[in-house]
Design a protein around this ligand. Structure first.
Ligand SMILES: [Zn+2]
Length: 158
């Protein structure tokens, strides 16, 4: 899809003003079938109902993201309350001018803005992580800091 065909809608995601093509994002999640089978990812998916709150589900769905289909799950480390994860959701979108004012000092091409969605901290990134093929450019990714218990039979990462 050419960028000129995108329909970017101004949306406030956790206090960050973004321009998101909600329809294209929603369609990409419908088409998304990739799922990692490593233990860290399988464990998060086994706990996803507990790890994400109804308020977070609502916020993500408003912009076309399917909260139950993370595009990339990063296991960070064990913490006192379980395991810390960086859970990523790609979306078709671009910065607004006001969001660009919040950019943290850039590291190469990667740009990021801190965000809080339904009380969950994280960052919105541009040029940080390639998206699954179903996402048209321009896309970005939202990474949220979530915690999950270790529930699968595989050995718990130390
Ligand atoms: Zn994995």
């Amino acid at each position: 899809m050419a960028a000129s065909e995108n329909q970017f809608i101004p949306v406030d995601v956790g206090g960050v003003d973004l321009r998101i093509d909600v329809k294209a994002t929603h369609k990409a999640y419908e088409d998304l079938t990739e799922e990692c089978t490593c233990p860290q990812c399988r464990n998060f998916m086994a706990q996803i109902q507990e790890a994400i709150s109804p308020a977070l589900v609502t916020e993500l769905m408003l912009v076309g993201i399917n909260p139950y289909k993370p595009t990339e799950i990063l296991h960070i480390c064990p913490v006192q309350t379980g395991h810390s994860y960086g859970v990523n959701y790609h979306f078709v979108g671009v910065w607004s001018e006001s969001a660009q004012l919040k950019l943290e000092p850039s590291q190469g091409q990667m740009q990021r803005v801190p965000i809080q969605v339904a009380g969950i901290g994280g960052h919105v990134y541009e040029n940080e992580m390639p998206a699954p093929d179903v996402f048209a450019r321009p896309y970005m990714n939202l990474e949220l800091n979530l915690t999950a218990q270790w529930v699968i039979d595989d050995p718990e990462p130390k």
